[in-house]
Design a protein around this ligand. Sequence first.
Ligand code: AMP
Ligand code: GLY
Length: 418
Amino acid sequence: MNILILGSGGREHALAWAVLQNPKCDRLVVAPGNAGIAELAECAALDILDGAAVAEWACEESIDFVIVGPEAPLVLGVADTLRDAGLTVLGPSVAAARLEASKAFTKEICAAVGAPTAAHARFDDPDAARAYVADHPLPVVVKADGLAAGKGVTVAETREAAEAALADIFDGAHGTAEVVIEAFLQGEEASFFCLVDGEDVLSLGSAQDHKRVGEGDTGPNTGGMGAYSPAPVMTPEVERRALDEIVRPTMAEMARRGTPMRGVLFVGLMIAEGRPSLVEYNVRFGDPECQCLMMRLGGQALDLMLACAEGRLGEARVRWADDHALCVVMAAEGYPGPYAKGGAIGGLDAVAPDDGTTVFHAGTAMQDGRLVATGGRVLGVTARGETLRTARDRAYAAVDRIDWVDGFCRRDIGWRAL
Ligand code: AMP
Ligand code: GLY
């Protein structure tokens, strides 16, 4: 098969790494890719937000299967354009991508089927929103309704913080003038991943992200500073409840409305006393959660994703090893604020892949024959092990061999489970 992956982050590097282990893959192209991906696959300079251009290129190159990594092309309808061109695609329609693009829409779907999620109200009028916040119990959660790359959510401990978050949103800081105000959910978070093809749902397992930049989960939110899989809080019983009470009913509701979900469903859960509630849906793999999932799934990931895209999910089975994976993100000093760019990265050759460790690249490029950092999140040092502790120790041993002056990482990835 000729396979095309759209995206350029650590998630797409991990997808490429897994797909290449499957003998069904003859040719792999990643668009646009990055310096790490270029070491193992062809990279094509396509504008992945331009569905027509990607479709034309993919048809000319006899691509058999397209995997869409990030959400941005999905919410623009790139998967629809590719399917209309006759291509086999992993990625939902623009109508199903509303599960990620609109928090208010997901709340409506949950309400229709009684799926547990935080009580909420939605406003486009600043005065009404302020009045609602004024007597809402604290903490209160204020969310810009739209795609905000993890930056549109404020968990406000005080009225002042809630009002500041509202002012920010109504000033247009997140490109939307709609706000969802939610009750605060207590508990422990986990990311649960499923493939969905209409009404068939296949669990791909769980992971836990570390969204805050600082150790002990302090400081501002980021895209994710590290992850591990599986998440112990996601017991078989919690998984069963999440599937029965949240995922299956909401996916059935999407199908009933004529907009079935087809693709990767990222279920953000808050779990308290064994009861999961939905925090959010995304319609793609998480980054860096994907790096851990791909380390654990290996080459079978391609078979599973293809079964999903071809509507054969009902017959697909995951072969699990009893293992753990952990990913440490190395970011550029300053991230998630303004950060240093262009610093040279060395030492990657000293990371031994036979030790169960792989360095997935995110924001990297080759400049004058040197590997340099070009993004905020730059490397995802990922290791597998028989225990979470072994995976963690391997990942940090690799981090310590990497020579990058402007880089930093959290030293406590996995702390909740360990
Ligand atoms: P979201 O973009 O909706 O996933 O929100 C980003 C993060 O904010 C989540 O991962 C949670 O850590 C936190 N969060 C969002 N909604 C709630 C809620 N209702 N209660 C507690 N924490 C929340
Ligand atoms: N790691 C969180 C996300 O991908 O949204």
